[in-house]
Write a protein that binds this ligand. Sequence first.
Ligand code: NI
Ligand code: MN
Length: 234
Amino acid sequence: MARITSLGHACFTFSNESHTLLFDPWLSGNPEAVCSADEVHADAILVTHGHSDHLGDAIAVAKRLSCPIIAAYELCMYCARHGCEVEPMHIGGARQFDFGMVKLTPALHGSAVITDTLIEYTGPAVGFIVTLDEITLYFAGDTGLFGDMKLIGELYEPQVAILPIGDNFTMGPRDAVVAAEMIRPRIVIPSHYSAFEIIQQDPESFARSIETEGIACRILRPGEATEITAADLR
Ligand code: NI
Ligand code: MN
């Protein structure tokens, strides 16, 4: 029904037969990237925040493909200033697109574009709830653990959650297990845990903890994909 593919670090695609949604497309300079910014395809690009390992190549890819960037208003204005088509949204807001619904969630994190001489604020960091066909994905983005993840689980019942486990900049494995318990998806896909030395984690150990809670864990190495089928939705 739908497919989730890891392109390395926090970059994933969520796709069905007609649409490909690209999340946090950091490819240039990403030691885990499995394709280049010139090769990747998308119908829309969803960016959680302005940090370079998330905004990444979004502007270049959006311009090459003439596809929109969906993000928080401030980050969208930054991208628009750089020539992109944008679909500004904000936390708590949902919108129906031709492919499905997108809603922005809170994320406990910063958001800025940082250069040698300037730190440019790009609004709050966010997560996304996205529906494609019958499947609801919660893409948490870079975030610490927060109690309203329970509300996200209760209100939107995502079957799949992509959660950071790298620690230091985001939740570590222990907090991500608590997050999974609150969200109660069928499937958790860990992210943001291997591209830098300081965020190295063992996803197998995380998977065992998640599975103790009766939640499946699918570890996607960069380049690997998983199908979300009707059997996963039962
Ligand atoms: Ni970040
Ligand atoms: Mn990050």
